[in-house]
Write a protein that binds this ligand. Structure first.
Ligand SMILES: NC(=O)c1ccc[n+]([C@@H]2O[C@H](COP(=O)([O-])OP(=O)(O)OC[C@H]3O[C@@H](n4cnc5c(N)ncnc54)[C@H](OP(=O)(O)O)[C@@H]3O)[C@@H](O)[C@H]2O)c1
Length: 320
């Protein structure tokens, strides 16, 4: 997405310089004069020996300062337990005086209110459109729907399990389907987060937390993955016209909120029955629009990065 620099300038008057990059293995690299984008996308990073002798900042705080950061893009791995280290990174950025953009759902589930309030207090943006449906503007959509009441939602939000179920319908076993999803680069080497429905549960919690303004703990979501489904059961369900899908649900009740993520058999009359492979779907129930649905069909590899780029443009526009 960095190659769209020219377009960002032409269409939005935005120019940018990459002044810091950090990963667990590389440590904190900063240069306020700008880093080579080739380095940033990893083409020459490991062979760039000269950098190893550079004095590197030792902490996220020192790194933000050394990079003179205006915007932080946080994309560390999901930690379902406590959202770290992403929560600390985002907090540090906002405290330093930079805007924060993340694709990581952990901070939304574990620290949304704190980070939202900190951003507001510092006059900075905290945006996270890539956390659910790879950057499809869901959170933005609700920004454009003031004073609306969201009663509930349901959908299919995890691609890996959807691909596995589609492959099982085509005749593969669970293990073969998982291997195929891994070979296609859709599933992680450790796909536990997806198969045991943690990823879908975290997305459900993020939507409830932000769109309904009800903080919910992951333990409060009735969660069941697809591990126990046999190929026979999946194929029989499809034959019967009620295929299995991993469905996320949330509903406001008089007592609060009920939420679940589990495999359900879906009638063919429901649009969710047609959501196959890497596609996703969400259906919102609101007081004004009783049913408002979005389908994301076969997103490409750039969708998540695009969501972060779009958040960047929103951030620059909001602050200029
Ligand atoms: N991939 C997708 O399509 C997608 C879609 C939506 C949302 N997301 C979210 O986006 C985030 C990134 O996804 P990904 O697939 O790129 O994850 P990933 O393959 O696990 O990569 C995570 C990156 O974060 C770095 N990292 C992990 N822990 C760190 C730490 N403690 N300190 C500093 N750096 C650390 C890793 O550095 P090293 O490589 O040096 O270890 C790596 O560069 C995740 O939160 C994910 O849930 C991803």
């Amino acid at each position: 997405m960095l190659d769209r620099e020219h377009e960002l300038h032409e269409r939005h008057g935005i120019t940018f310089r990459i002044t810091g990059i950090a990963t667990r293995r590389l440590g904190w690299i900063a240069d306020p004069n700008g880093l080579n984008p080739d380095v940033c996308v990893g083409r020459t990073l490991l062979s760039d020996k000269s950098r190893e002798s550079d004095q590197k900042p030792a902490t996220v705080h020192a790194w933000l300062k050394a990079a003179r950061a205006d915007v932080l893009f946080e994309a560390t791995s999901l930690n379902v337990e406590n959202g770290q280290p992403a929560v600390d990174h985002i907090r540090a950025a906002l405290e330093y005086g930079a805007h924060a953009i993340t694709a990581n759902k952990g901070p939304i589930v574990h620290a949304y209110r704190e980070l939202r309030d900190l951003a507001a207090a510092r006059g900075k943006c905290f945006l996270f459109e890539s956390t659910v449906m790879d950057g499809v503007p869901i959170f933005c959509l609700f920004h454009e729907l003031p004073a609306i009441h969201l009663q509930g939602f349901h959908g299919i939000l995890n691609s890996t399990t959807n691909v596995i179920l589609s492959e099982m319908e085509n005749g593969l076993s669970f293990d073969e389907s998982l291997k195929k999803a891994q070979a296609l680069g859709i599933a992680e080497t450790d796909a536990t987060h997806d198969i045991d429905a943690w990823d879908a549960a975290v997305k459900t919690a993020a939507l409830i937390t932000v769109l309904m303004d009800i903080p919910i703990r992951l333990e409060e979501i009735n969660r069941e993955g697809i591990r126990s489904l046999s190929g026979e059961a999946v194929r029989a369900a499809e034959k019967e016209g009620r295929p299995y899908k991993l469905i996320c649900r949330a509903n406001k009740t008089e007592k609060g909120i009920t939420a679940s993520v589990r495999p359900e058999q879906i009638p063919l009359t429901d649009p969710m029955a047609q959501i196959a492979g890497t596609s996703s779907y969400i259906y919102f129930e609101t007081d004004i629009f009783p049913g408002l649905a979005i389908t994301e069909e076969n997103p490409g590899l750039y969708a998540t990065a695009y969501g972060m780029l779009a958040d960047f443009v929103r951030t620059v526009k909001a602050s200029s």
